[in-house]
Write a protein that binds this ligand. Structure first.
Ligand code: SF4
Length: 215
């Protein structure tokens, strides 16, 4: 089997039995997914898990979030750190969506990326998981796997802004399976092909991997 096909097939089957279990992985609600992606920045999934249920119990819709005072939000966001910045950011996003889109989370890349502080990764996460659109989610972990397995080298100073890398990763997504593929890749990058000590001996695609062959 061809190296690329093998990789895609492997990621899908690996994720089938090894997926990480976070509460936001079980929803297709665009509001929850957007807010969660914003919260996941500069903190850990464990920390976000610790406030997830309470947060969405208190603010079950974007309108409720928009109506909430920033001071109130700060209290619930305190365990994540940077609560002042985070609460202002969430409030701006929520108010903008209520005013501009009548409370409906946009399903277009340009509109999502127009939201305060929202970049391509967050927008893609919403499009893929809520609206089932085949967009890649490229973060530093995914960049590492693309570099190791395929030998993809970005010429950009910040590879995460490299359109070629986004196109390369997007082209790998099997039609209609962006959630499984993206999350599989993210979990595989964290658990097996991790930054410090990749578990290459356990990796079932190692004989096709550039990094394994050359190290
Ligand atoms: Fe990553 Fe090692 Fe597997 Fe290559 S063989 S994809 S470096 S874990």
């Amino acid at each position: 089997m061809e190296k690329t096909q093998l990789f895609v097939k492997f990621i899908l089957s690996w994720w089938d039995t090894n997926r990480r279990n976070f509460p936001w992985r079980r929803t297709t609600n665009a509001y929850r997914l957007l807010i969660t992606e914003v919260l996941l920045r500069k903190t850990t999934a464990k920390q976000v898990s610790s406030i997830y249920a309470e947060f969405f119990k208190n603010y079950s819709t974007i309108n409720e979030l928009a109506e909430t005072e920033v001071d109130e939000l700060e209290k619930i966001l305190y365990p994540l750190g940077m609560e002042k910045k985070r609460s202002k950011e969430l409030s701006k996003i929520a108010n903008f969506i209520v005013e501009e889109y009548n409370g409906k989370i946009p399903s277009e890349m340009d509109k999502l990326m127009d939201l305060y502080g929202v970049g391509r990764y967050t927008a893609s996460g919403v499009l893929c998981q809520a609206y089932k659109k085949d967009h890649a989610m490229v973060d530093t972990n995914v960049i590492r796997v693309m570099g190791r397995y395929f030998g993809f080298k970005s010429s950009k100073k910040r590879p995460r802004d490299d359109p070629k890398l986004w196109s390369f990763t997007t082209a790998l997504i099997p039609k209609g399976k962006c959630k499984e593929f993206n999350l599989g890749l993210i979990d595989f990058a964290g658990d097996i092909c991790n930054f410090r000590s990749p578990k290459c001996d356990l990796c079932k695609i190692n004989e096709y991997c550039n990094y394994f062959k050359t190290n």
